[in-house]
Design a protein around this ligand. Structure first.
Ligand code: DAH
Length: 348
């Protein structure tokens, strides 16, 4: 046994340990340091050497043993670290991958339009009131100063409900043809000052076509108090039109007739497509009619027990279906109610 042999063994062993895998490392340890390992054999054979050689070779061999043990321990640690890292890498969850998208529904374009209208009026301090869709002749017509012989009261103008009347004064039950009966209900229940809007569904026996639907929507408005003038009506509705259609739009009031308002008016805004020069949407007039309005008729105040000499007010009624159609350049009202997702998704 010579120093060179020991050095050769040392080098070979270190090379093997450095390249050891988890499967081979134990065998390598045993091959060198096991009971019959080559280094163990060397250490065992030292006894047969002369004392001087024994000491120096023994020292060297022990150093090699320590070095090998350290190299083996180190290699074990490296292998454990590598295997941990490999596991972490293989089990990693890639949180940068886009998740599965969740398809959220969106608000119906009509609901969006009604909300927009509501927001404008709540911004002015108006409350939002909901009343009923099944009404009586009294609320839908009589109390609104609409006489018995009015054509809207015929079977062609109104859906009557096959239900016994509440009493003689209330007349027949019907699906409301307008949201205006809410005016009467609110005034019966509240005292002035009253500032409310009433969004809701209304019904008329029209055959569905591009511009008619047997069910559509209205938003009624009611402002009642002392000293409310036509100027207030004009200012309020101009404010609404500018918020809804843009501050640059001109607004005009055109004389009209409604049984429950006097004077009555229709409100036009400058065409939102052509700006007033005339186009298909505005039938080349430059104007779009968007609501009816007027000062509440003293006869209506009398119906709810208000003193028309002390109390005044205005009312208005608009069709959000029509407003949305104008705004989004739609040609067929039926699209609102067919629930074709390809249509609805355009407004999400
Ligand atoms: N109720 C009317 C209609 O359906 C619309 C209307 C016009 C409502 C004038 C009003 C109003 O409150 O003052 O045609």
């Amino acid at each position: 046994m010579e120093t060179q042999d020991l050095e050769k063994l040392r080098k070979e062993a270190l090379v093997e340990v450095a390249a050891a895998s988890p499967e081979t490392i134990e065998a390598i340890r045993v091959a060198y340091l096991g009971r019959k390992g080559s280094l163990t054999e060397i250490l065992k054979s030292l006894g047969s050497l002369p004392p001087d050689d024994r000491r120096s070779l023994g020292n060297q061999a022990n150093n090699v043993r320590r070095e090998l043990e350290e190299a083996l321990n180190h290699r074990v640690q490296v292998l454990e670290k590598e295997s941990l890292e490999a596991r972490l890498a293989s089990e990693a969850i890639d949180i940068s991958l886009p998740g599965r998208s969740v398809h959220l529904g969106s608000r119906h374009v009509l609901s969006q339009t009604i909300r927009e209208i509501e927001d404008i009026f709540t911004g002015l301090g108006y409350g939002i009131v909901d009343t009923r869709e099944i009404e009586t002749e009294y609320y839908n017509f009589t109390a609104l100063n609409t006489p018995e012989y009015h054509p809207a009261r015929t079977l062609q103008g109104t859906y009557y409900v096959d239900a016994p009347p509440v009493d003689e004064k209330q007349g027949r039950m019907l699906l409301r043809t307008q949201t205006s009966p809410a005016q009467i209900r609110v005034m019966e229940q509240q005292k002035p000052p009253i500032f409310v809007i009433v969004p809701g569904k209304v019904y008329r026996p029209d055959v569905a076509d591009a511009t008619h639907s047997p069910m559509f929507h209205q938003v009624e408005g009611l402002a009642v108090g002392e000293g409310i003038t036509f100027g207030d009506l004009k200012g309020t509705l101009e404010h609404f039109c500018h918020k809804m259609f843009g501050p640059e739009r001109a607004v005009r009031l055109r004389p009209h007739f409604f049984p429950f308002t006097e004077p009555s008016t229709e409100v036009d805004v400058q065409c939102i497509r052509c700006g007033g020069s005339g186009c298909r949407i505005c039938s080349h007039t430059g104007w779009l009619e968007i609501m009816g309005a007027g000062m509440i008729d003293p006869n209506v105040f009398a119906m709810v027990g208000y003193d028309p000499d002390k109390i005044s007010g205005f009312a208005f009624g608009m069709g959000p279906d029509r407003i949305a159609m104008l705004k989004y350049d739609m040609s067929d009202i039926r699209m609102f109610f067919e629930n074709d997702v390809r249509f609805l998704a355009q407004f999400s």
